[in-house]
Design a protein around this ligand. Structure first.
Ligand code: PMV
Length: 319
């Protein structure tokens, strides 16, 4: 028998894919065409609190501001809560606070839906495995399936038509020297949501045909490099994978380019620094910002080349 929800809160880190998820085989269930592998961003993420609404009305706050129920985030969060309410009358107040600096220009849907999943599971007193939580978080946002854990996480594409095996799991890899830097080049709103960007690319890009196999092979090779803690190998694979993903978008008709001239300037500077010995590599998502991966010994050189970089130590926190 269903119990009334109680107050609950949860935290989930954001994540950056080193092997990208790009393209869905099922829209409604957020089922990917390929597996992906990410690194979570430690204390950069979302805190979410669920409170049973005494005023009887659903309400959503983001970073302290009350949202109109029609804003995309509020509408999506409430629709997601409906999965837990299952038709019951249980009005909720949902408060989300992102610790990701706004200036970093990173999307927060991954951490937002992962934290919302954990908070709702506990508010409704459900006994769910982390596996099941990953499945549910995936329905909110694909990348949220990977945001339930710290460290490296792999999302297996799965094969079941209903998506019952398309979920993520953490890798048992502890790599304290691993670093990620965010080089913010553009903090404005993105040109197209990742959902629309994926769909447009899948539907119109002649280069997309080879992506699913390439991405699946990259994901396996990247997992091997992560397990070996081989930064040069991992970096080369992750950078190639990200650029291949952006190449599929550039070939879409019309072209889709999340990368801006400043993104390319950062890449040029990185490639020059690498020719001079810097062991750092880039990855880019559905936005103009560039993320660098490297090891702690190269932190000072990364900062010298990119003074605006924000450095994150993913293993400064533990699951
Ligand atoms: O699940 P979404 O809608 O956040 O899409 C994520 C798309 C990329 O960030 C470009 C790649 C990824 O795997 O995170």
């Amino acid at each position: 028998t269903a119990t009334a929800p109680r107050r609950a809160s949860a935290y989930a880190p954001s994540n950056i894919a080193l092997s990208k998820y790009w393209g869905k085989r099922d829209q409604a269930r957020n089922l990917p065409l390929n597996s992906s592998l990410s690194i979570s961003l430690a204390e950069w993420g979302s805190h979410t609190e669920i409170v049973p609404a005494e005023d009887g009305a659903d309400r959503v706050w983001l970073n302290g501001a009350a949202l109109d129920a029609e804003t995309p985030f509020a509408a999506k969060a409430l629709r997601f809560a409906d999965l837990f309410r299952a038709g019951r009358d249980a009005p909720l107040h949902i408060r989300t606070r992102n610790t990701i600096p706004t200036a970093a220009g990173l999307a927060s849907s991954a951490s937002g839906f992962a934290a919302l999943t954990r908070a709702l599971v506990s508010a409704f007193g459900l006994e769910l495995s982390e596996r099941d939580m990953s499945l549910i978080a995936r329905l909110g946002s694909g990348s949220a399936a990977r945001s339930l854990w710290h460290g490296f996480v792999r999302w297996d594409r799965g094969t079941a038509p209903d998506g019952g095996d398309s979920l993520a799991a953490p890798l048992d890899v502890h790599w304290p020297a691993f670093r990620i830097a965010i080089v913010a080049v553009d903090t404005g709103p993105k040109s197209m949501t990742s959902r629309d960007g994926m769909n447009h690319t899948v539907a119109t890009s002649p280069l997309f045909a080879t992506w699913p196999q390439t991405a699946e092979a990259d994901c396996a090779a990247i997992e091997t490099a992560v397990r070996a803690q081989d930064l040069p190998k991992l970096g080369a694979l992750a950078e190639a994978n990200a650029l291949a993903m952006h190449a599929t978008m550039l070939a879409a008709r019309p072209a889709l380019s999340y990368l801006k001239p400043e993104s390319w300037a950062v890449l040029e500077r990185l490639w020059r620094a690498r020719a001079e010995g810097l062991q750092a590599f880039a990855t880019m998502d559905a936005g103009a910002n560039v993320k660098l991966i490297f090891e702690q010994t190269d932190s000072a050189d990364v900062l010298a080349a990119f003074p605006q970089a924000e450095i994150i130590a993913p293993f400064s926190v533990q699951n």
